[in-house]
Design a protein around this ligand. Sequence first.
Ligand code: SAM
Length: 283
Amino acid sequence: TPGALLGPAEIRDLAGRLGVRPTKTLGQNFVHDGGTVRKIVRAAGVRPGERVVEIGPGLGSLTLGLLEAGASVVAVEIDPVLAGQIVETVRAHLPGADLEVVRADALDVTELPGKPPTALVANLPYNVAVPVLLTFLERFDSLERVLVMVQAEVADRIAAVPGSKVYGVPSVKAAWYAGARRSLNIGRTVFWPVPNVDSALVHLERREPPVTTATRQATFAVIDAAFAQRRKTLRAALSGTFGSGPAAEAALRAAGVDPGARGETLGVEAFARIAEQLPQGWV
Ligand code: SAM
């Protein structure tokens, strides 16, 4: 049914009728190209009947694509006007489709109604893309995979490997939960309004976290400290965390890490080994 998805005229018409003026703060760029929506849904490998969580359904472009593929969707939208409209839009396009809408800031959502979702599929609001991604992987164990559209540079960063120029906090933290792969580039013209950045898809597959006695919080604290001053050696960057330079040096040696190295060369397992050296009950 080619008519199931939203095209340019309908996106504008809907926005006009609702008085929606897309805001940058909420990252409101709506996809008006059905081909792009179907590419995302295909890349996500959504199965009929699968429970999918979508963040920021907006006017419903991707939501309709997910529902068209037979998914059962729970969508979290912060904008009350959009959250209120989407059920109507879906009723008109795909009557009987299985959609639940949660009107909330995704970062505040600690539980979701219905069956636990196995996939997160979204065209993420760009300002909060990384925190939303990490928060959902942390809070919802049921999520097996994630397919999100983000700013191209952010996609590169999430999927970066140790030693690469763009490797940083989002890369290591995402690696705690999942293996990430950058996939398709998406041009600007599929959006209304046209954004001033390029976009790309990132695919994440959940895997076991590193085998460690350190908590996720302790490991993330070490990661934050190591990257807070990118140019510093780990010995210097972690001296505050461990109380002194010599203490940091001893901890790094005990973890099998060169104190003169920089954080950007280490994988998540090494950060977990360093965190194991923190005093018990640290975080
Ligand atoms: N999925 C739609 C599409 O592809 O056309 C819209 C995507 S648009 C890039 C991002 C959407 O996220 C907007 O609808 C915006 O209102 C919503 N949003 C922004 N910040 C949010 C937050 N913290 N929690 C939930 N939704 C948010």
